[in-house]
Design a binder for this molecule. Structure first.
Ligand SMILES: Cc1cc2nc3c(=O)[nH]c(=O)nc-3n(C[C@H](O)[C@H](O)[C@H](O)COP(=O)(O)O)c2cc1C
Length: 169
């Protein structure tokens, strides 16, 4: 699948087969996450691999739309590290770029993935911090649920000409 096809056909996958993702695939997802653009190339991220069933099964108690994690093979937690931030206010934008890279690479590898928002929802951020004993400088930004897809979603064409402006509004 070429890059454009990957971008245009990626969908959120929330149903997964009971089939493990290979270590090579996990490594590839982490590699592309670290490859994301960031403000001034500050790379203010940290990633936590989650494959402990006890952890994956409890997250939905403080995250209202994370029930699919109980079926996911694993998840990657994308965090911002305030100690690595050189350009204030950009860490969450950089983390979003890293998260999108993971989603696109997962799709390109034939895996299913879904972005689960944490930041800026205070209860979700606090829940993840408490669950994983994260240090105060580490802000959980998003979870990416991962697994082999057990649902097929059609491409959606979202091109919207009314949102395109030319030289003036
Ligand atoms: C910032 C952000 C937060 C999201 N949070 C959740 C979430 O908590 N739970 C969920 O099931 N999907 C979540 N999603 C996935 C969106 O619902 C999904 O991307 C959107 O409906 C478009 O569908 P698609 O991903 O299949 O193209 C989130 C997506 C983004 C970008």
């Amino acid at each position: 699948m070429d890059a454009l096809e990957t971008i245009l056909t990626r969908r959120s996958i929330r149903k997964y087969k009971k089939q493990p993702i290979s270590p090579e695939q996990v490594q590839k997802l982490l590699q592309v996450a670290c490859q994301a653009p960031s403000a001034g190339n500050q790379q203010p991220w940290q990633f936590v691999l989650l494959d402990d069933r006890k952890i994956l099964n409890v997250i939905h108690t403080f995250h209202p739309s994370a029930k699919m994690l109980t079926d996911a093979d694993r998840a990657i937690l994308v965090c911002g590290d305030l100690n690595l931030e050189k350009f204030k206010g950009y860490w969450m934008i950089d983390c979003a770029a890293a998260t999108e890279n993971i989603l696109l690479a997962a799709h390109s590898l034939g895996l299913g993935a879904c972005w689960l928002g944490l930041y800026p929802r205070e209860a979700r951020v606090a829940g993840m911090k408490k669950l994983l004993h994260l240090p105060s400088n580490i802000i959980p930004f998003a979870l990416v649920a991962l697994g082999h897809p057990a649902e097929i979603k059609a491409r959606e064409d979202r091109y919207n000409q009314s949102r395109i402006h030319h030289n003036k509004w």
